[in-house]
Every structure is written in C-alpha cells, then in structure tokens.
Design a protein around this ligand. Structure first.
Ligand code: BEZ
Length: 212
C-alpha cells in the first residue's frame, strides 16, 4: 500500500466499471481527473454525492475534467444503484463507478482507514492533472458528504496557477484577485502581470484576475 502524496504519479490499474473495463491511465487520456471513493452502494450520503457529481457534468466538461468514483462493492450492485441515483437525484449517472470487491484499488490509493472503518473506504478525493500527477488529496469521514463546489473551486485554482504562475488566497473564487508568488521579483511584474499589482507587504502582492 502506497502512501500517496502530492506530486506523485497516480498509480495505474485495470478495473471493471459501470462503463466497461478500463485501464485507468488510458481512460484518463489527456484530461484532468477527479477520482473519489464511496464507502458503499445503496447508502444515503453517497447517493446524494453521486447525484450532485452527475448534475455537474457540464461544469466538469468545461474544465476538461473526467470524474470517476469507486466503492468496494461489485459491478451488479453498481448497476442497480446507478438506476436508483437516476431515479432519486434527477440526473442519470454519467460517469463510471469502479467495482472493487477485493479492495485492490482502494488499497493502492490508501482509501481504507481501518481505525475509521475496517471494511469500507473513507471518502477520498484525488485531483489528477493531465500528466497523471496527483495535485490534491482530500479525506472525509463516511458521515460527511463532500462539497463539490469546493472541488470545482480547487480545480479552477490549480488550472489558473498552472497557466499564469499565480497563487490563490483564502476563499478565492474564479474572478477574484490572485497572489503573485514570492519567487517573482518586483521588476519582473510588469512583463508577467500586465494588469498591475498591489503591494500589501513585500511578501503579499496581489494582481487582478489574469483570465478576465
Ligand atoms: C452514506 O453514504 O450514507 C454512509 C455510508 C457509510 C456510513 C455512513 C453513511
């Protein structure tokens, strides 16, 4: 079992999913990926999360992101549960659920936390970039549904920082001012950040949203 860290290459695996058999890296292709685990099929919190993720399909597509989830149940349960999700959450499931009854992938991604639950995964989230690097890891307990607005927000922040060499401040949302990294010298700012900047402290310099 690997202890995965930011910057690591997301481990590859073959798996059966509700969309057929996949090789994870081939399935991901050149896209960003949100890979998230669910404790179990036919459970209430998970059902709402999958419904929300399905409803956000357009938001994921806009950002070049493919969602995929996993639970340690089998493929027949996944197909039956997918029907329930469509029936109760207002959106048909539109991304794959990985079947992992032997917990092979769950162990590979350190999603089993035995002191929390010895038989089911916790709620893990991995955001993986097109070069297959892990860029964000979140871990929630089974009792607490995730906030998918936060997942979209952090994807926006990662993609913006990759494109413009910026960092994002607390509670940042797309369109807000951003932070010029301390590694950039004041004399380089005009060329790199043409919208100008505000120096709050020498180490805290902001510039308007570069993508607006
Ligand atoms: C749920 O998804 O509702 C859930 C799963 C495992 C434990 C508690 C809640």
């Amino acid at each position: 079992m690997a202890h995965l860290r930011l910057g690591d290459i997301a481990p590859n695996f073959d798996a059966t999913t509700t969309d057929g058999d996949i090789n994870f890296h081939e399935w991901a292709g050149d896209n960003w990926v949100v890979f998230f685990s669910h404790p179990a099929d036919f459970t209430p919190v998970c059902t709402t999360e999958l419904g929300r993720a399905a409803a956000l399909n357009g938001e994921f597509q806009k950002r070049g992101v493919k969602p995929i989830c996993i639970s340690v149940d089998g493929i027949d349960d996944h197909h039956a549960w997918a029907k329930d999700i469509g029936e109760t959450q207002g959106t048909a499931l539109n991304f794959p659920i990985i079947a992992d009854p032997n917990k092979d992938v769950a162990e590979l991604y350190d999603m089993m936390h035995p002191n929390a639950d010895s038989t089911h995964t916790v709620r893990s989230v991995f955001i993986i970039d097109p070069s297959k690097k892990i860029r964000l890891i979140l871990t929630y307990p089974a009792s607490c549904g995730r906030n998918f607005d936060e997942i979209l927000r952090v994807i926006d922040a990662l993609q913006l920082s990759d494109e413009y060499n910026i960092a994002t401040p607390v509670d940042w949302k797309d369109g807000d001012d951003v932070i010029i990294p301390p590694s950039v010298k004041n004399e380089e700012i005009a060329a790199k950040y043409p919208k100008g900047y505000t120096e709050v402290k020498p180490y805290l310099r902001t510039t308007p949203a570069p993508n607006r």
